[in-house]
Design a protein around this ligand. Structure first.
Ligand code: AGP
Length: 610
């Protein structure tokens, strides 16, 4: 995934574009670049590494002009070096373009163009596209027509912005599979991958849909399909403030987002709990409730942390609604020709709403005739807009690459769905009211755990130099064990594995010794007795134990080397509480190891490539 931003207006474009890139850096940060139209030519500056490298280069070689584009990259084709960094210019040096996505037929395009005399200087697919546009442009078409003609030959995904030295009053943007938003300012327009780069200039935006082209002049925007059909898009108002994107005084976005969870869990429930009736109301899927209630099977598909939330959804819906549930990794689902029973309903879960595998799984589920409902965080994201219906998390931008608040909001939303369906099937008002009451108490319980963060910080000091961790849980807390392990490995680079606790004796127990910390999620629930036996098995092999336990449980405290307490709650809601200490443990260990917790190596916030 990459961050792209373009500007056309009356102000100097360079500072606006640089500021925009910084807001998009979480989308990819292995190289960056900028192109500005000035005095009839295209001035380009590109640097490998983070955006501050580009900023330093521009201090030495400033670019000035009122039209420009800029890009921060997460490499998909070609190593992250200066040559492969965007923007890319065409062979005739008339165009500059930035691109987010993958041109799948770029090699064939490149080969044909080379046969026609075009010379290439990079390993990227993007350069093939900018030269294909150039070929049409050379034949005397307008910039807009050249872009549309070229895109009609492209297979794959793109979010592009193109400028021309011969048409300094126009900027052309287009999307298929990679998000693009057009910000409408006062006498100026800002186009970007997401609103984070736009919000400080205007809150009036238009989201492009697939195969749409925005032709942006200094005084107006014309939006068309690639087939040249003009369309009238609505202008929407961005609902959150710039501050929600900034770190708000925390050292890292990840810590800010962990600490925000009482609020974001509250926001996920806002207006959706009906206390009197002991049920939930979800407008986004209201018209699909019968499809859900009478579905012979419900499928969840997602990636990473979202897949862990899906696993919890399986336990929840099968227990509360008694509908069979299947959970699939999106990357597996999309390629294995899945069998989907008639009437089945599929949930796709995605924080970013742009994950390529999850989007492809959505398409496959639709192709097989399934209703597809999305559980997404990013409003206007591709998955959100291509689903039949869905529920937004309302968690606000999640900037830290390691997902935290999105996970607890996903589980909260799934709890609401389970409550709604269960109340229509087999639980009565009193049980429903008890659930509503417990859900309303969650934000305060999460806050109580967060207030105890110093204890977790101290525990991290003892374990931050370990090389391996084992996370064990049962029932609803088995997916929490997986999520806790993922958090640790993706930000601290320590190897960590999550397992169902009972599975330990089928192999992993061979790993246990004094150097292998074992994190047990051992809350007072239906699996408690069994998991305390597993704790004894680890103790007998001199394993060191960090236990997540229910407040007041002295038994666990007597057996574990460290215990982190969480308040009691209903069993199916415990994951929303038990994951919090594991997020903090991973965060503090990673900080002690000097890792870049917001932008861990090799990762990007949303994986929009296969
Ligand atoms: C989670 O911490 C990771 N960053 C990653 O596993 C992520 O959950 C996965 O890529 C799915 O992203 P999505 O929810 O935006 O689809």
């Amino acid at each position: 995934m990459c961050g792209i931003v373009g500007y056309i207006g009356n102000r100097d474009a360079t500072p606006i574009l640089l500021e925009g890139l910084k807001k998009l850096e979480y989308r990819g940060y292995d190289s960056s670049g900028i192109a500005i139209l000035s005095n009839g030519s295209i001035a380009v500056e590109k640097e490998p590494g983070k955006i501050q490298k580009l900023e330093q280069a521009l201090e030495k070689n400033s670019l000035s002009g009122t039209v420009g584009i800029a890009h921060t990259r997460w490499a998909t084709h070609g190593s992250p070096n200066r040559e492969n960094a965007h923007p890319h210019t065409d062979y005739h040096q008339r165009l500059a373009m930035i691109h987010n996505g993958i041109i799948e037929n770029y090699q064939a395009i490149k080969t044909r163009l080379e046969a026609n005399g075009y010379k290439f200087h990079t390993e990227t697919d993007t350069e093939a596209l900018v030269n294909l546009i150039s070929e049409f442009y050379q034949n005397g078409t307008s910039l807009e027509e050249a872009v549309r003609s070229a895109l009609s030959q492209v297979e794959g995904t793109f979010g592009i912005i193109v400028i021309s030295k011969d048409d300094p009053d126009t900027m052309v943007a287009a999307r298929r599979g990679s998000p693009l938003v057009v910000g409408m300012g006062e006498g100026e327009f800002v186009v970007a991958s997401d609103v984070a780069a736009i919000i400080s200039h205007t809150k009036n935006v238009t989201y492009l849909d697939d195969n749409e082209v925005a032709v942006i002049h200094r005084d107006k925007v014309v939006i068309k399909t690639i087939d040249n059909m003009e369309i009238d898009k609505k202008i929407e108002k961005i609902s959150f403030e710039l501050g929600t994107i900034e770190k708000s005084g925390y050292d890292h976005f990840m810590l800010k987002e962990i600490m925000e969870q009482p609020q974001t869990i509250q926001d996920a429930m806002r207006g959706r709990l009906l206390a009197e009736e002991g049920t939930a109301h979800l407008g986004g899927i209201q018209h699909e409730i019968d499809s859900l209630l009478y579905a012979p099977k419900i499928l969840f598909t997602a990636c990473g942390t979202s897949w862990h939330a899906a696993l919890i959804g399986e336990y929840m819906i099968e227990e509360m609604v008694r509908t069979p549930v299947e959970v699939e990794y999106a990357s597996e689902f999309r390629y294995r020709d899945p069998v989907i029973e008639r009437g089945s309903v599929s949930f796709v879960i995605s924080q970013s709403g742009e994950t390529a595998d999850t989007l492809a799984a959505l398409h496959e589920a639709k192709r097989k005739g399934s209703k597809v409902l999305a559980i997404c965080n990013v409003v206007g994201s591709t998955i959100a807009r291509e689903s039949d219906a869905g529920v937004y998390l309302h968690a606000g931008p999640e900037v830290g690459v390691a997902s935290t608040k999105a996970f607890t909001s996903q589980v909260t939303v799934i709890s609401l769905i389970s409550l709604l369906l269960a109340r229509m099937r087999n639980i009565g008002a009193s049980k429903g009211c008890e659930i509503v009451s417990e859900m309303q108490a969650l934000p305060a319980k999460v806050q109580k755990i967060l207030d105890n963060h110093e204890v977790i910080k101290e525990i991290a000091k003892e374990y931050h130099e370990c090389h391996n961790f084992l996370y064990l849980g049962r029932g609803y807390n088995f997916p929490v064990a997986l999520e806790g392990a993922l958090k640790l490995k993706e930000i601290s680079y320590i190897h960590a594995e999550g397992y169902p606790a009972a599975e330990m004796k089928h192999g992993p127990i061979a790993l246990i010794d004094a150097n292998m910390p074992v994190v047990f999620i051992a809350t007072k629930d239906s699996t408690y007795q069994k998991i305390t036996s597993n704790i004894e098995e680890v103790k007998a092999r001199h394993g060191r134990i960090i236990a997540i336990a229910t407040e007041g449980d002295d038994k666990i405290a007597a057996r574990a080397d460290h215990v982190i307490y969480v308040p009691a709650t209903l069993e199916f809601l415990t994951p929303i509480l038990t994951i919090i200490p594991l997020q903090l443990l991973a965060y503090y260990i990673a900080i002690l190891r000097g890792c870049d917790v917001d932008q861990p190596r090799n990762l990007a916030k949303s994986v929009t490539v296969e």
